[in-house]
Write a protein of this length. Structure first.
Length: 116
């Protein structure tokens, strides 16, 4: 029959865990100029012209508004609907599966439906 009180760990194990934690948190050496000298400064390794041109290119791309597309038409569209005020014409494929699937490709939206 199992005992009602949980098994206790020996007191020595608890002391060893506390000491291990204290040793882990104790700094090995004081932080100062010696450790600051070892930090590598990457900004000094790059030419300024490359850094500036990259930032300008990113700003130009980020500042452009997304293109407004009034309607989305699949080349083999057989159905259409209006979503958020925009015409969406999509291809419907009938198949043997019993689930409905949506696919977006380079041509546009394709909806797979069970044959019916």
């Amino acid at each position: 029959m199992p005992s009602a009180c949980p098994t206790r760990k020996p007191a020595g194990l608890g002391r060893r865990l506390v000491q291990l934690t204290l040793d882990f948190l104790k700094p090995d050496r004081p932080a100062g100029p010696a450790s600051a000298d070892k930090v590598f400064d990457y900004s000094q390794k790059l030419p300024d012209a490359l850094v500036d041109s990259d930032l300008v290119a990113m700003k130009n791309v980020a500042d452009q508004p997304p293109p407004y597309i009034d309607k989305f038409v699949h080349p083999r569209a057989s159905r259409q609907g209006v979503l958020d005020g925009r015409l969406v014409a999509y291809e419907v494929k009938r198949g043997k599966r019993r689930t409905i699937g949506f696919g977006v490709g380079s041509d546009g939206l394709t909806v797979s439906v069970p044959s019916g």
